[in-house]
Design a protein around this ligand. Structure first.
Ligand SMILES: [Zn+2]
Length: 103
């Protein structure tokens, strides 16, 4: 028997190679078969830069998938859209207007 046999270790697959690190999407084929597709997980929801609340109107997709959708659907069409929430935007606008008046 080989003396070094007990030292041989079977390595665990790296995290990105494991099937459980991918999300499972159930699909039905045209032939009515139920199959599972393994897709990469989506990133976290976009949050407001001021208060940290989740932003609405910002899709939760990978950057490569975001490139495929129109720019107008990637964030709200207003100043600071996709960066600040409505409450923080309003507060910032008021603050800026008051600073202009003071000068
Ligand atoms: Zn906010």
């Amino acid at each position: 028997m080989n003396l070094y046999f007990h030292r041989v270790r079977i390595k665990m697959p790296e995290p990105y190679k494991r099937s459980r690190s991918l999300r499972r999407v159930k699909k039905v084929t045209p032939g009515a078969r139920n199959i599972t597709h393994y897709e990469k997980r989506k990133p976290q929801i976009a949050h407001c830069g001021g208060c940290g609340r989740p932003l609405s109107g910002v899709p939760r997709e990978r950057p490569s998938d975001l490139k495929r959708i129109p720019k107008t659907q990637r964030r709200p069409q207003r100043p600071y859209g996709g960066v600040l929430c409505t409450i923080c935007t309003r507060q910032k606008m008021v603050k800026m207007a008051r600073n202009i008046e003071l000068e």
